[in-house]
Design a protein around this ligand. Structure first.
Ligand code: XMP
Length: 506
């Protein structure tokens, strides 16, 4: 187990993901909440930070139980913090150093740089520099602009590096992390999907015993993988509920339900389309739509869960990014990200919560799913918002509009699959605009609907860019939609990035 102390860097989660890619388990803690019991940890990584170490407000972790007691790797701020606090000097650099650089010197005897050559590309992102090293420390790498790109405290396994090994542009970054964790710290590489499955299934069995668990399936990756793990552990004691809110993609309710049944899950499909659509009647405000859908889901779910006699647990597909305590950059106070999955259960349900994925990143959830032989098509599905097509119909929602946008979306998504573009796109869908535009059909003028198509590339949905789909493809999709979907005479393609636009239109 590896401890990552977070000082608020935008890259902290990336460090954790890189470590996990080495099949090594790690956990992120805020710098001011160092765990009392460090016995489980074999190495410590100190993250970067938006602060300068010279700023009086900067994080000041107490490293007395860590430095010289564990192998330590300080990254960027982490390296500067140790230099600054143990006798070195950190000052503002004359030039801000951002982006690519190449190593110009590497200590040939250094374990940390074993197998990494001079000239290796590294990614810099800092405006302070280490000007003098502490007396006990020795320089082990430099770039043309940064003399102390890496150092080591002699007689300890304490290292500092100015660059970011976790970002993709540091070409030997993974090798460096491997050298530190495996060669230097001797951490075993046992965190594999199959080990995770075995361990989690055993834990779930022990925790749950003979009790019953209820879980809401959404058709998405997280709830599917969570259900599969629980199914392996407790079989028919797991009761899954899959609600049709009437705002899913075309035929999704039946096809996904079939797939779940095929997987052996004990799943009940509840078609509540009319309940949701009735509640949404006449509502145009996006936030109100979201609230109504959230509450309606709770009504239905609670009703269904209440019918399961003696149910004790509620299972949720919460994943690690939802539970990491994030550091506020405006000060060292910690805030917990609010997210619809966390604490999302209504008080009156009074069930104990079980979250088998709470320590996994999204890419790990997929790998665990693949390990359990979940269909690749299910695991590779694009994200789809909880409120579904309700936020892709601008303005008020009617059953006819839902049907229309389902048809358009279906043509688009099918075509992405047929043209082998589906996996190149992070998320895609169709939006029904609240305007009618003029057209001609035969000799007559028509006023019909406009639909927008949206396809984006992204890694986490926080930023996104539109996908450069081939014109031939867009032409095919547009023709098919206009020929097949009655009531649409115009198709447009959204070419806005996020920011400033968002992925959804509402
Ligand atoms: P935006 O539109 O904010 O979307 O750029 C980012 C990601 O979040 C999804 N999204 C939602 N998911 N409930 C959800 O479960 C919502 O209310 C919601 N709004 C947006 C969106 O589909 C994209 O993946």
């Amino acid at each position: 187990n590896v401890l990552i102390l977070d000082f608020g860097s935008q890259y902290t989660q990336l460090i954790a993901r890189r470590v996990r890619e080495l099949n090594i388990y790690c956990e992120i803690f805020p710098f001011h909440k160092i765990p009392e019991n460090l016995a489980d940890f074999k190495a410590v990584i100190l993250s970067g930070s938006p602060f300068s170490v010279r700023n009086p407000e900067a994080p000041k972790p107490d490293l007395s139980k860590i430095k010289s007691k564990f192998p330590v790797l300080g990254v960027c701020f982490g390296a500067q913090f140790m230099a600054h606090n143990f006798g070195g000097l950190v000052a503002s650099s004359n030039t801000r150093e951002f982006g690519r650089a190449n190593l110009s010197y590497v200590d040939p005897t250094s374990d940390l740089f074993e197998g990494i050559t001079e000239q290796s590309q590294v990614w810099m992102s800092h405006s302070d520099s280490i000007k003098e090293l502490p007396e006990q420390a020795k320089c082990i790498a430099s770039t043309a602009d940064v003399k102390f790109a890496a150092y080591k405290f002699q007689d300890e396994l304490t290292y500092g590096i100015q660059f970011h090994p976790e970002v993709y542009h540091s070409t030997d970054g993974k090798k460096l992390l491997e050298n530190f964790l495996v060669k230097i710290a001797g951490v075993p590489q046992t965190w594999t999907p199959s080990a995770f499955v075995d361990m989690t299934v055993a834990d779930l069995k022990e925790k749950i015993g003979n009790d019953k668990v209820v879980l809401g399936l959404s058709g998405g990756v997280d709830s599917t993988v969570a259900a599969t793990l629980l199914h392996k552990a407790i079989g028919k004691q797991l009761y899954c509920i899959f609600v049709n809110n009437g705002l899913l993609r075309k035929d999704e309710f039946t096809s996904v339900l079939d797939q779940y049944k095929h997987m052996g899950l004990n799943v009940k499909g509840v078609d509540a389309s009319t309940y949701f659509l009735d509640k949404l009647e006449g509502i145009s405000d996006p936030e109100q739509k979201r609230k109504i859908i959230g509450n309606a889901f709770i009504d239905i779910f609670d009703d269904e869960a209440g019918q399961i006699k003696d149910v004790v647990y509620l299972a949720q597909g919460t994943i690690y990014p939802d539970v990491i305590e994030s550091i506020s950059v405006n000060g060292p106070s910690a805030t917990i990200k609010s997210h619809h999955n966390v604490g999302g259960l209504p008080d009156f349900m009074k069930l104990k919560v079980v979250e088998p994925l709470r320590m996994l990143f999204k890419d790990e959830v997929r790998r665990v799913g693949a390990e359990m032989n979940i269909d690749a098509k299910l695991l590779g599905r694009h994200p789809f918002p909880g409120p579904g097509l309700a936020i892709r119909i601008l303005g008020d929602i009617t059953a006819e509009k839902v049907k229309l946008v389902q048809e358009v979306d279906h043509v688009f998504i099918q075509a992405l699959r047929e043209w082998k573009l589906y996996d190149k796109v992070w998320q895609a869908g169709a939006i029904l605009l609240p305007v009618e535009s003029v057209g001609v059909m035969g000799d007559e003028r028509t006023y019909e609907k406009v639909v927008a198509l949206r396809a984006v590339e992204s890694t986490d949905g926080m930023t996104a860019d539109w996908v450069d789909l081939p014109y031939k493809f867009l032409q095919y999709v547009s023709n098919t939609i206009i020929n097949k979907v009655k009531g649409v005479n115009r198709v447009v393609y959204d070419i806005s990035s996020k920011p400033p636009a968002t992925i959804e239109w509402e």
